[in-house]
Design a protein. Sequence first.
Length: 257
Amino acid sequence: MRLRVSDLIVFIDKICFKQFTIKPEGTYELHINNEDTYEFRDESGTHVVSPGRYETFTGSDHIFIDEYSTYYFEMLLAYRNAIPLDIEGDPVLGHPFEKYLSGFYKPPRKKVLKDKVRGMSFYTLVPKVRLPFNDAEVVRLSDFCEKVLQKYFDEYYWVVESGKYKENPNLHIHFLGRFKANMSKNFKRDLISAWNSIYASKYTLDWANDRGCGIHRVACNTQQIIEDKKIYLCNSEKGSHENFVDLGVRGQSTTSQ
């Protein structure tokens, strides 16, 4: 299907809504404008969208609304601003603008039937300030895993890893767990508290998850994802993420309680 001028107008005026910030890595993060009135024009005249018009916006099944290519978005925005009000018909965008716009659309996907399993969660814990790389810290992380995980999960798998680079080690933890009944509520808060109770302020964790540091969670809601994460805990199966040394410090509990 060819993309036309009307598709671009909808994308810029109604989906993107013209308010954005530039993130540090150079991509656009678009926001819905809830504070100021917004005016856009089409063939039927001028329209004013009042504050709060898109106060609740759940997104679209067909559009990526989180991060955008800076260059593509700038080109499309310039094209939109140049469209005359008296344009005749609905011409195709043509090359390269169809390519730019299509880049923001999700490719069609066949619906995958999910196998019915009790979901698990895969966590990665990395303090912003790297821990000293020594045996004492490895033992401390191991003790932390056993103490915390057995309290909150009825099935879990964990590993302490060295990081990829020998010249700059990065001790961190991965664990995969299935929560005990009624134990998932406030878990992140409790996890931060447990970590910070054993580490000095220099190595604390907080709510932020920035540039690979902090607490990162991946929901594992199918058996395939769960099995993939179990494999990921094996250093020899990590591919480009392989650690410079396998510390051999891991554990698990597969007995439901």
